[in-house]
Design a protein. Structure first.
Length: 260
């Protein structure tokens, strides 16, 4: 038996490109702020989770389109689990001292979390498409191309409603979509995979809503009402995003559900 790791054609570090990965955290503060490394690692980790979430949602859209609902639900559980991680990571950022954040914050101008094209992709592919946000990326050619493709392609919400239509539900407008979900909620056993799916879609929507809320609180905790590095109103702007929903009809249907 050869010595472990000696002359190995593949190793843990090579496979995961660990040396390259841990070389990507380049701080800008001078002298270096202790908290800047944490800030970079948390946000790079977010972008990796966003990449995996998009990978899963792309597969889910394909599986729903091909009527493989069980398989789609399996991956939706992964999306939901990642969403919970996104929320919990916010609290690691809250361990920074406010003064520590200020030591490097000005170096970030004019960069802003608003510019996370992968987060915007998640919004678009989940069903929340906004032409104004798309246009705000016009000067970033690669990001704009990615977002334009998402904007023009069927979303998770689109294929979900198509799946209901295949099963004989009227989903021609917002009201009929709400009525369809009410019927599914009344008798879950009639369409068990659809029932599970709408529940998982609400979980996904809720996780992103929770992430927005905790993000606002983290920003207020660190910065109060200071303006954002990209020129936005900071926490005041973030609060305007709290009521956004990917599939509002799923939420509204609960209002009309009654015991028959």
């Amino acid at each position: 038996m050869s010595e472990y790791g000696k002359n190995a054609p593949l190793s843990y570090g090579k496979y995961l490109k660990v040396h390259e990965l841990i070389s990507l955290q380049e701080t800008l503060s001078e002298p270096e702020s202790h908290d800047e490394m944490l800030f970079i690692i948390i946000h790079q980790t977010y972008e990796l989770w966003f990449k995996q979430m998009l990978h899963e949602i792309d597969a889910i859209i394909d599986w729903i389109s091909n009527d493989r609902l069980f398989r789609a639900n399996h991956s939706l559980k992964t999306v939901v689990a990642i969403g919970r991680i996104l929320v919990s990571q916010i609290h690691i950022l809250e361990t920074m001292a406010p003064i520590g954040f200020l030591e490097f914050r000005d170096r970030l101008n004019p960069a802003s979390g608003f510019q996370s094209f992968q987060f915007r992709e998640i919004e678009f592919v989940s069903g929340l498409k906004d032409e104004k946000i798309l246009e705000s990326f016009k000067n970033d050619e690669n990001s704009y191309k990615r977002l334009k493709r998402r904007y023009d392609s069927p979303s998770l919400a689109d294929v979900f409603w198509q799946a209901l239509e295949k099963r004989g539900f009227n989903v021609s407008d917002s009201k009929s979509k709400v009525d369809a979900i009410v019927k599914i909620l009344e008798k879950p056993e009639r369409e068990p995979q659809i029932y599970v799916m709408q529940d998982l879609l609400i979980d996904h929507d809720e996780n992103i809503s929770l992430w927005r809320y905790h993000h606002v609180l983290m920003v207020e905790r660190m910065l109060g009402m200071k303006r954002g590095t990209g020129g936005s109103e900071g926490a005041a702007y973030l609060r305007t995003t709290l009521n956004k929903k990917f599939m509002p009809e799923l939420w509204e249907a609960r209002t009309y559900l009654k015991i028959s």
